[in-house]
Design a protein around this ligand. Structure first.
Ligand code: DAT
Ligand code: MG
Length: 138
């Protein structure tokens, strides 16, 4: 068994709606362990690194503005296959159609803005988890 780690962010919409506890509880209830947790006011520099794969896309600037609109909660969770396990728990990117039972499907919807306000971020591979954990927890 290999213990894997992932970076989870509760985005400004999740924090502003007081869903931090509910979201963390779902991750713990699935069986993953909290390793680190902090509330952060992200900077543009930090977000440029975090979202470097999306630079130049039409939603990039609205995404960065959204992530700067309020505090974020950053967490590291650990467990066997936690990267894909958390992505499954989070649901697909568009919260309108994310499956019921997922975090995005149960708590999110489209607010008619240029960016999907979808409550959470989770690393999508072991490489991005390692990279993102370094960015948020140096
Ligand atoms: P995910 O967060 O599911 O990994 P992603 O990495 O492709 O999705 O995109 C990062 C974030 O950017 C995503 O959580 C919400 C926003 N986003 C992605 N695609 C979008 C689109 N077509 N329109 C608006 N916002 C989008
Ligand atoms: Mg992504």
């Amino acid at each position: 068994m290999t213990t894997e780690r992932t970076l989870v962010l509760i985005k400004p919409d999740g924090v502003a709606r007081n869903l931090t506890g509910a979201i963390l509880a779902r991750i713990e209830a699935k069986g993953y362990s909290l390793v680190e947790l902090k509330k952060v006011d992200a900077t543009r520099e930090l977000l440029e690194q975090h979202y470097e794969e999306h630079v130049g896309k039409p939603f990039y600037e609205p995404l960065v503005e959204f992530m700067l609109s309020g505090p974020v909660v950053a967490a590291i969770f650990e467990g066997h296959r936690v990267i894909e396990g958390f992505r499954s728990l989070a649901g697909t990117t568009d919260p309108t159609t994310a499956a019921p039972g997922t975090i995005r499907g149960d708590f999110g919807r489209d607010w008619g803005l240029k960016v999907q306000q979808n409550l959470v971020h989770g690393s999508d591979s072991t490489d991005s988890a390692e990279r993102e954990i370094k960015i948020w927890f140096q």
